[in-house]
Design a protein around this ligand. Structure first.
Ligand SMILES: [Zn+2]
Length: 337
């Protein structure tokens, strides 16, 4: 493995106290496709290259992580896609196979208390989130089905319009339209099942619609913020306030194109903007590792997280604020949902 720059003892101590939880990595997509092994340390070779192969248990441990939300991806390439729910089930199957392969190392968790139990027992927590409501194939009962399998958030949109609404970018984009009637029902169903509503990838109208009826904290699992860098993928201050007003969290993405440059500094700036606008109870980590992005170099895999912690301390974040960003804010939201 290539050398990783050393983080400070202070950063290591903060991670020991607050093992990090990341809100979005698409690793199980690779497990389903090519049998990517979460238990093994990887150094991504070509042609797999930088687009995937970022997350595995050895590097999560090295990076001071406690749990990872795995995004469950299904790409609707046709107008009437088929087999989207099955694709999601197969990614959960892949996780279950890997958990069975080394019992105790990786554990499917739903609640904050279960993540704490993982820490006590030396296990890594795996949480599940679906990326795009097209995977429900128009059935609200699929929310219940997936919740029973451990899914803790559902992203309403991905890169194409679906029964719930319209994407910020992608096929079927319609900026003037918000959530559909079914989309509103979906938000209610998620909340009644204890599933968090994820507003990454949805257009602004739909985003604000979902917040307007949310009774539980919504999340944005992986995003940048427009106040730090102008990009279609990022959300503005009105959206930040809408999420924070309802007690939600916003995970900052590690993709240089969206945050406005390579290195730790842009990621710090996005976290800082969130704190400046809505306070320190909202920011979180939303790497998008393994999601067809080339992550910013110092955060090319979980081993870089303590370096981000050092960069946050240098930028003036308090230890308490860093603890909330790494872990505390996500733990709170898991409890409240
Ligand atoms: Zn995404």
């Amino acid at each position: 493995m290539s050398a990783v720059p050393l983080a400070s003892d202070t950063a290591r101590a903060i991670h020991a106290e607050h093992p990090a939880i990341d809100l979005h990595a698409d690793t199980l997509m690779w497990s389903r496709w090519i049998g990517y092994d979460l238990h093994k340390a990887h150094e991504p070779p070509l042609p797999f290259a930088a687009l995937g192969g970022h997350v595995d248990l050895p590097r999560m441990r090295e990076g001071g992580m406690g749990a990872q939300f795995f995004g469950l991806v299904s790409l609707p390439l046709a107008d009437r896609p088929r087999g989207m729910a099955r694709t999601v089930h197969e990614q959960i199957d892949a996780l279950e196979r890997q958990m069975a392969h080394r019992p105790g190392a990786l554990r499917l968790v739903r609640k904050a208390a279960e993540i704490e139990a993982c820490r006590a027992e030396g296990a890594m927590g795996a949480l599940l989130g679906i990326e795009g409501a097209h995977a429900l194939e128009g059935s609200l009962d699929n929310v219940t089905t997936f919740a029973r399998r451990g899914v803790r958030y559902i992203g309403l949109l991905h890169f194409s319009s679906n029964e719930a609404g319209y994407p910020a970018y992608g096929r079927g984009r319609r900026d003037g339209d918000g959530l559909t009637g079914w989309g509103f029902e979906l938000v209610e169903r998620c909340e009644s099942e204890g599933v968090l509503v994820d507003l990454a990838h949805i257009n602004k109208r739909g985003f604000l619609d979902a917040c307007s009826i949310a009774k539980k904290p919504p999340i944005v699992s992986h995003t940048g913020v427009l106040g730090a860098f102008e990009h279609w993928r990022n959300i503005d201050d009105e959206q930040l306030r809408a999420v924070a007003d309802r007690g939600g969290v916003v995970g900052v993405i590690f993709c240089p194109q969206f945050v406005g440059g390579d290195g730790l500094e842009p990621v710090v700036q996005h976290l800082k903007h969130i704190v400046d606008v809505v306070g320190e109870d909202a920011p979180a980590l939303g790497s998008d590792w393994d999601g067809f992005i080339v992550p910013t170099r110092p955060l090319k895999d979980p081993r870089g997280l303590p370096l981000l912690t050092d960069a946050l301390l240098e930028a003036g974040f308090s230890r308490a604020a860093v603890g909330k960003i790494l872990r505390g804010n996500v733990m709170r939201v898991l409890d409240e949902a």
